[in-house]
Design a protein around this ligand. Structure first.
Ligand SMILES: [Ca+2]
Length: 400
């Protein structure tokens, strides 16, 4: 009955005991510990790679999957735990009581669980935030996008009864659920949905504009009963096509982010058996799955028509890694040589790389660190410094 299905977490979130063993001497309570220090790897004849180190930030989390800043000036960071909790990190410590506990409604395990968190751009004044989780109702697994508000009396607690369901999407299989949601510079909420799962996209969801699976959605959560569709969405009003779709042809866009400087949308789309890719997602564009995996026809060895498809800006082959973890363009202050480069990693490979645009259309990949972590996500704080989440040990490190 157990099928071999590839995707983020194929090794599944459960394989933590098999993680390669970098022994990381993290001492709880001591904030400044430099670990896993690996010098930059010279990148052939290209520009030298930035030198990056990791600094222990917090430990003691359970399967962390997302790290977000409310950008409210409080200096707090919020961590999503797969089992359904959002926890607050304040002054280097995890607060004992969760900000929000959805463990009673979330179905967790494998690629399921509480998967993403996004604060409203005006969170500081309106207290609104949004979560993405999987839940099973009457036997049907569904993705839920739900809004909550912070408590009116305590900024470290969410108001559980404020829940407002924005959107639900049926998930035909347990894997490839996407998980990220993020506000764009346009104020709209972007939601990444995987192809629905199994392997090879058997339902053809990613290329079907009548379905939300395998897409990047863009919705307006400030209007409508649940949401409204922005009038400039590419397929709005077209027969048989869903207006919510912003871009399509994704397999499992687990993590994506906007560069705060250029507004470009970087997507790490997890591959099937051979290729992991980074896409720059643009309005109405088709990123190929399941006609192509990366820059290659799918299934392997087949021929395909690539006309009309937008190819990735970068790809790498298995077994260098096997599940890309999208990150962020670095716009912080601590690592000047990394500025403007897109930092990303691989779940099971444990590498942290950067993509550097050397000329229009040309991208150089730099190896920053080989960590041995099970990297589930990157995070960005209010001033733009980056963090990496080790799913296996429940530890978060800061890039310095
Ligand atoms: Ca693609």
């Amino acid at each position: 009955m157990k099928r071999v299905i590839r995707g983020f977490g194929e090794h599944s979130f459960l394989y933590v005991s098999t993680r390669r063993g970098y022994s990381v001497a993290f001492v709880a309570g001591v904030v400044l510990i430099v670990v896993g220090v690996v010098s930059a790897q010279p990148a052939a004849t290209f520009t030298a790679a930035p030198t990056v180190q990791l600094q222990g930030f917090v430990s003691g989390l359970v399967n962390p999957l997302d790290l977000q800043s409310p950008r409210d000036g409080s200096g707090r960071l919020f961590v999503v735990e797969q089992r359904g909790l959002i926890r607050i990190i304040k002054a280097g410590k995890i607060l004992a009581t969760p900000f929000l506990n959805l463990s009673a409604v979330v179905e967790s395990g494998g690629e399921k669980g509480l998967l993403g968190l996004a604060f409203h751009p005006s969170y500081k004044t309106n207290g609104r935030f949004f979560v993405n989780y999987t839940r099973r109702i009457s036997g049907q697994l569904k993705t839920f996008i739900v809004e909550y508000h912070v408590s009116s009396t305590n900024p470290n607690f969410a108001n559980l009864s404020s829940a407002r369901t924005i959107l639900t999407v049926n998930q035909p299989f347990d894997n490839h659920n996407g998980g990220q949601l993020a506000f764009g510079p346009d104020g709209y909420l972007y939601i990444g949905l995987g192809d629905g799962g199994s392997q090879g996209d058997p339902q053809g969801n990613a290329q079907n504009l009548g379905r939300l699976l395998g897409k990047m959605l863009r919705i307006d959560i400030n209007s409508g009963l649940h949401y409204a569709i922005p009038v400039d969405n590419p397929f709005l009003g077209q027969t048989g096509k869903r207006g919510e779709i912003w871009a399509y042809g994704f397999r499992n866009p687990w993590r994506f982010s906007f560069d705060v400087s250029t507004n470009r949308l970087f997507v790490g789309d997890v591959g099937q058996d051979n290729w992991e890719e980074v896409d720059l997602a643009r309005k109405g564009a088709n990123y190929g799955w399941n006609r192509m995996e990366g820059r290659h026809c799918y299934p392997p060895g087949s021929s395909c028509n690539a006309s009309g498809l937008t190819l990735p800006i970068h790809e790498y082959a298995h077994p260098l890694g096997d599940a890309i973890i999208g990150g962020y363009v670095y716009r912080g202050l601590k690592i000047p040589t990394l500025k403007g480069q897109y930092v990303f990693g691989d779940f099971s490979g444990g590498q942290i790389w950067s993509l550097q645009q050397t000329s229009p259309g040309a991208w150089q990949r730099n190896l920053l660190l080989s960590t041995g972590f099970l990297i589930s996500a990157f995070g960005r704080d209010e001033i733009g410094e980056l963090y990496v989440l080790d799913y296996g040990t429940g530890t978060i490190y800061k890039l310095v």
